[in-house]
Design a protein around this ligand. Sequence first.
Ligand SMILES: Cc1ncc(COP(=O)(O)O)c(C=O)c1O
Length: 419
Amino acid sequence: MNAPSSAVTAAPRAPALDVARLRAEFPILSQVVHGKPLAYLDSAATSQKPRAVIDAVTRYYEHDNANVHRGVYQLAERSTALFDGARAKVARFIGAEPREVVLVRGTTEGINLVAQTYGRANVGPDDEILLTEMEHHSNIVPWQMLAGEKGARLVVVPVDDRGALRMDELERRIGPRTKLVAVTHVSNALGTVNPVKRIVAVAHARGVPVLVDGAQATPHLRVDVRDLGCDFYAFSGHKIFGPTGIGVLYGKAARLEQMPPWQGGGDMILSVTFERTLYNSLPYKFEAGTPDMAGAVGLGATVDWLERLDWAAVHAHEQDLLEYGTRRLQEIPGLRLVGTAPEKAGVLSFVLDGVHPHDVGTILDREGIAVRAGHHCAQPVMKRFGVPATVRASLALYNTRGEIDALVAGLHRVREMFR
Ligand SMILES: Cc1ncc(COP(=O)(O)O)c(C=O)c1O
């Protein structure tokens, strides 16, 4: 049946997100701080947790807790089913197979795992690892440690004055000695969204694998690792409204198969004698010791919760907050935004003339506003923009325009105090 012409010409609009209902799912958000309603604007550091996730972790400890993959009794079987089920949910959520999902402590551990296994096996003297100027320390230091050990070097792709990646420089700097491109999907300090799919295409055309740091992308974007085509993708449960202490390293099965294990211990083996050890299959080969079972179950509940969201509405809401926040902050005299790339997600980083970011953060706290002040574990990009630190308001799906108004009012107060 043909659609009526008016329906054809009307641009599809994302349905509005019911933010009040969403906020009611987060118990922590309704509290008062210093006599003011809490405005939590630090979700890039860690996100808050919905009731469904908190309850899943509590339920696990109250009803199902037993070690996984070893007991023959009912509780152990239940715990194992929940644990394996959580991995399957995560895999489906990112478009991977369960054996490609290695459960780790978080993004940092995922990147270190790749550096210590893929990296140690494949990177040698004079080889190069390509990073960008906007990386978090978690995607710099593991490579620096590897490079130091192997006599390899880091090659850094610059960003432009707005904080967008110089793709021309990236193409120019991938050379015959490049062994890996390690790039963040979204910058935690600038909010820049990198064109990861294009980066993967460019790198793969030269036979170079790509690791993506997805810590700041996964709270804002639906990620499909097959669509991106990357070889590795790391992210943290605690930044996607899930528990702390659990995260994911996705790796293409063919890559993971070829990589030696990292840590040795229980669960990562098939058999052990004093002469030799046979390693377990994927992904267990990379999961030594008792895993964070409650964390994994909580992560499974997080994925269930995320899958129930209307992502088009979430995206529209977050973009509205970002545009509104950008406009309102630019009205404040003496305020300079750091990071104004055309493609951005979730981050408003800025400096205020004559006021140290820590003072801004402390004064805002008295108004109930939680922001981050510092270098955001991204000192090289701070240097690039000529600042030691910024104030960072980072947004999540539960934030409101009202909270941005409170931030703006708080910043006017800061200015008055420092006049
Ligand atoms: C871009 C980016 N990468 C990596 C990390 C490290 O994440 P985690 O501390 O959860 O391992 C962070 C944390 O802020 C981040 O923002």
